[in-house]
Design a protein around this ligand. Structure first.
Ligand code: PLP
Length: 371
């Protein structure tokens, strides 16, 4: 059966040749060669001063939050609509995530609700650029500044997204990225911590090396308890190849997104990821949300896509509905939108014909329900 995948990395001979070289030669004095190169390439792409490659975005968040001093009794404000990866480090540090509702068009956190949620315990605000859609960074940074609270950018889904000339991940106190196999740029598993704050960088660098300060001359002598979230040289080799192709990887994602957007443009009952003036959506995940009056539901979409062997995925459930967190019944949009929404297949090698099949399924469903 001709299955239409949801995501799948774009791997060429370049990635294979770099990974092969790393496996063959990247040992001994060369063991950090690709890691350093990957960090340099990423820094210059993003326009930040410092980058530390990690084993995951979750690890990058964990270290960055620890370096900010987030701990027991603190609160961290974030959107209710999110993958749990952003939340776990907050919980591991003993702090409490505070889930605010999202905006109905960008599906990212609502700045007014962020402001209202601030208490004396608030230690950070996490801006997650959901599916490549950008948070209202000007407002969030202003709120952060006014209250002396750092804004963290989880840009795991937003490589290629640009907010008024600044790349997603480069605007907050620190930013994080994921190179998981489902993301636009991949190393299999992997992540990146980025910042332009020298003190914060030094702290995270020490934490990332099991607490060994870089000026510590004594061997096997950690100065504090740190973390071990390092990326391997072989993963970084794949990352270097992907960075050489970053413009191609993002523009292909945008092309796929544009094709879906055009197909649904004339339909009043379907909304797709927004791209407000002055911004570029990196288009990691084309996502459609249906109007309530369309009668289209998540369950109908799941059934029909499954029947057509199309690997579409559900919109994130609100974190506040998970059993380990406190329910937030007032979060209207984070609870409502996932009931009528779906992520569409968007892997780099998807064909026009396959996109037509996906579009066809949706058009048929809308017609069926409007009868
Ligand atoms: C994928 C993702 C992560 C987790 O990335 P890992 O590299 O798997 O740790 C974190 N936050 C968001 C928003 C993500 O989409």
């Amino acid at each position: 059966m001709n299955r239409i995948y949801y995501t799948k990395p774009s791997i060429t001979e370049l990635e294979v040749s770099y990974a092969t070289d790393a496996a063959r030669n990247g040992w001994g004095e060369n063991c950090y060669g690709y890691i350093n190169r990957f960090e340099e390439a990423f820094k210059s792409h993003l326009g930040v001063k410092y980058a530390i490659a990690t084993s995951s975005c979750t690890g990058a968040l964990h270290m960055g939050m620890a370096a900010l001093g987030i701990g027991p009794g603190d609160e961290v404000i974030m959107a209710d609509t999110n993958w749990i990866a952003t939340t776990s480090p907050i919980v591991h540090l003993g702090a409490t995530p505070v889930f605010v509702d999202i905006l109905p068009d960008s599906w990212c956190l609502d700045p007014d609700l962020v402001e209202a949620a601030i208490t004396p315990k608030t230690k950070a605000i996490v801006a997650v650029h959901l599916y490549g859609n950008l948070c209202e960074m000007d407002r969030l940074l202003a709120i952060g500044n006014k209250n002396g609270i750092p804004v963290i950018e989880d840009a795991a889904e937003a490589i290629g997204s640009v907010y008024h000339g600044k790349r997603a991940g480069s605007m907050g106190r620190f930013g994080t990225f994921s190179f998981h196999g489902t993301k636009t740029l991949t190393t299999g598993e992997g992540g990146m911590f980025v910042t332009s704050d020298t003190d914060l960088y030094e702290k995270v660098l020490t934490l990332s090396n099991h607490g060994r300060a870089r000026n510590q001359t004594k061997q096997f002598w950690p100065d504090m308890v740190g973390f071990k979230y390092k990326m391997s040289n072989i993963q970084a080799a794949i990352g270097c190849a992907q960075m050489e192709r970053i413009d191609e990887l993002v523009s292909r994602k945008r092309e796929i997104f544009g094709y879906y957007r055009d197909a649904f443009e004339s339909l009043a009952v379907v909304k797709i990821n927004p791209e407000p003036a002055g911004t570029v959506n990196g288009a990691w995940m084309p996502t459609v949300v249906f109007a309530e009056r369309s009668g289209v539901t998540r369950e109908l979409l799941q059934d029909i896509f499954a029947a057509e062997h199309i690997d579409a995925r559900v919109f994130f459930y609100p974190l506040s509905l998970l059993p380990m967190f406190e329910d937030q019944p007032n979060n209207k949009y984070s609870r409502d939108i996932p009931c009528r929404a779906m992520n569409l297949p968007s892997y780099h090698e998807i064909t026009r014909q396959q996109q037509e099949s996906v579009i066809g399924v949706i058009l048929t469903l809308i017609k069926l329900k409007s009868r």
